[in-house]
Design a binder for this molecule. Structure first.
Ligand SMILES: Cc1cc2nc3c(=O)[nH]c(=O)nc-3n(C[C@H](O)[C@H](O)[C@H](O)COP(=O)(O)OP(=O)(O)OC[C@H]3O[C@@H](n4cnc5c(N)ncnc54)[C@H](O)[C@@H]3O)c2cc1C
Ligand code: FES
Ligand code: FES
Length: 488
């Protein structure tokens, strides 16, 4: 099949064709330095402050219209927006004399002082308005705060910004999916996604490759031919490391043009999450299946990050404090890896061999994560403690699943993050506790025995003593919550 050598994208309805090395440039830099769209600001360049927020539509919904979501443009390389529509703060205004209701609300409520964070807040609010209006939900203080988790302001103070968010009248907001609905672009978008991108060029004699396959078969053949081809999900881990100058990704393969890898589905046994399904899609999907995990994802990063990041990226990044891994381990989830030799399935609890060392061969890609459906008699709890509640890295995480019958423990699975080089399953404790009474004293004994099982380290987030205390207290909290039914 013929390959394409350029990335095609639209920004505020203007079409751009991007060639060669420029395709590695973060969208935020491209907006400011190449497109004269300097409304978008770059402050932290690592996904933490939201100043660079823009709206991105990469997918088409069931109504045949684009789905717009807020993302951080500072960590989003241009090759991840092939066939997409971007709307920036400049594109939001209705006309030269009329602002978007979100922009007007910020003006009316004095939501800006130096104004540096303001375009980011406006785009995040526009993302909120889009989602809430589509879901027929009101803007409440809780929801507004949640949608603005990923935006920082150092001078206005959050009160007027929150007031601006709360005074948006959703009935006056014309949805972006309607405003930017262009049937010609949708036809072109389908054509764009129907042709793989394969860009090969050299920068200072170093060979570079950007590959966007349109089938799994193409992806695994490319990985077999060149194991150095680096898989890129949403680039929320890699984009930060690249921006900090700690690594480059001269050979990058992203799978978002492969329709089957975008899907999340379920049957009686499993929920299957495709490699490019984002964390926000996953969060919405599991709302009724795994409410406890939904609660955890609620405090995972920010909406912008979750609109971009994938579950698979969290799994493969393999951080000992990754927030989804403890759940995936206690639920006995399975990673599905594929290469030209076929599909191989590995239990999450056996996937991590050491710090960032995975049971994944150089020619394999992760195609999905399979999560067993919770049984009605299994009780799950997930805990995360970090320095602040939102948008922060965990100090310690805990996941526990237990099955109790007539006050006897029939099955137990426990997992900790942040206390070792990888997230760990406590298999010895699990087997010892089965058959014991489901009492406080059983869990006090388990908490005490942790001293022999884990040896956490001190770092800038927490001391080893604090981590140990947290881990012990999580066991007591776990017992207390399940025995009383009261969430503490
Ligand atoms: C501001 C900020 C806040 C964050 N908050 C949290 C948080 O609260 N909790 C948390 O756990 N994490 C957090 N993260 C980390 C990050 O967002 C997650 O780990 C995310 O899930 C990574 O997904 P991604 O798709 O962006 O991965 P990428 O950055 O694209 O990739 C991560 C790794 O996965 C590999 N990879 C991706 N797809 C595949 C595939 N199909 N096959 C094989 N390898 C693949 C890549 O090569 C890379 O090694 C945060 C990051 C930022 C910037
Ligand atoms: S510049 Fe701070 S999140 Fe992008
Ligand atoms: S208005 Fe100055 S940083 Fe927010």
């Amino acid at each position: 099949m013929e390959n394409r050598q350029i990335i095609i994208t639209t920004i505020n309805e203007q079409r751009y064709e991007i060639e060669g090395e420029k395709a590695f440039m973060p969208l935020g830099t491209f907006l400011r330095e190449e497109s004269n769209l300097t409304g978008t600001k770059i402050v932290c360049a690592e996904g933490d402050c939201g100043a660079c927020t823009v709206l991105l539509a990469r997918d088409i919904g069931v109504d045949g219209k684009l789905i717009f979501k807020s993302v951080n443009s500072c960590i989003l390389p241009l090759y991840l927006i092939d066939g997409a529509q971007v709307v920036t703060v400049e594109g939001l205004k209705i006309s030269d004399t009329e602002l978007h209701p979100v922009q007007q609300s910020m003006v009316d409520c004095n939501g800006a002082q130096c104004g540096y964070c303001t375009p980011g807040f406006i785009c995040a609010m526009a993302g909120m308005a889009e989602k809430l209006k589509i879901e027929n939900k009101e803007i409440t203080e809780k929801r507004a705060k949640n949608f603005l988790t990923g935006n920082l302001c150092r001078c206005t103070g959050y009160k007027p910004i929150l007031e601006a968010a709360l005074s948006i009248d959703l009935s006056n907001v014309q949805l972006l999916k309607d405003r930017f609905h262009n049937p010609d672009w949708l036809v072109e978008m389908k054509e764009i996604k129907g042709k793989p991108v394969n860009m090969n060029f050299s920068v200072k004699t170093i060979k570079q490759n950007i590959y966007l396959p349109i089938s799994i078969d193409q992806a695994i053949k490319a990985k077999a031919a060149d194991p150095e081809l680096r898989l890129i999900g949403g680039s929320t881990d890699l984009g930060v490391v690249v921006n900090k100058g700690r690594m480059t990704t001269p050979k990058a393969m992203a799978l978002y043009h492969i329709d089957e890898l975008k899907k999340i589905s379920h049957d009686q046994e499993f929920i299957v999450v495709g490699a490019t399904a984002t964390l926000s899609e996953f969060e919405d999907y599991i709302e009724n299946f795994i409410p406890e995990l939904k609660k955890m994802l609620h405090i995972f990063a920010s909406p912008q990050i979750k609109n971009q990041a994938t579950l698979v990226g969290n799994v493969v990044n393999g951080s000992p404090i990754a927030d989804t891994i403890p759940f995936l381990m206690v639920s006995d989830s399975i990673v599905a890896l594929q290469s030209v030799n076929g599909v191989r399935e590995v239990l999450m609890s056996e996937f991590y061999l050491g710090y960032k060392k995975l049971d994944m061969k150089p020619d394999e890609i992760v195609v999905s994560v399979k999560i067993p459906r919770l049984k009605s008699h299994e009780q799950l709890r997930l805990y995360k403690v970090s320095m602040r509640k939102d948008l922060d890295i965990s100090a310690v995480t805990f996941a526990g699943i237990i099955e109790v019958e007539q006050n006897i423990i029939k099955k137990a699975r426990f997992c900790f993050g942040g206390v070792a080089a990888t997230v760990i399953r406590l298999k010895d404790i699990e087997s010892k506790i089965v058959g014991e009474d489901f009492t406080k004293s059983t869990f006090e004994a388990v908490a005490l025995s942790l001293q022999q099982v884990i040896s956490p380290l001190s770092d800038l987030r927490a001391s080893k003593e604090y981590r140990m205390k947290l881990a012990q207290n999580f066991f007591l909290k776990f017992h207390n919550e399940i025995s009383t039914g009261v969430v503490s």
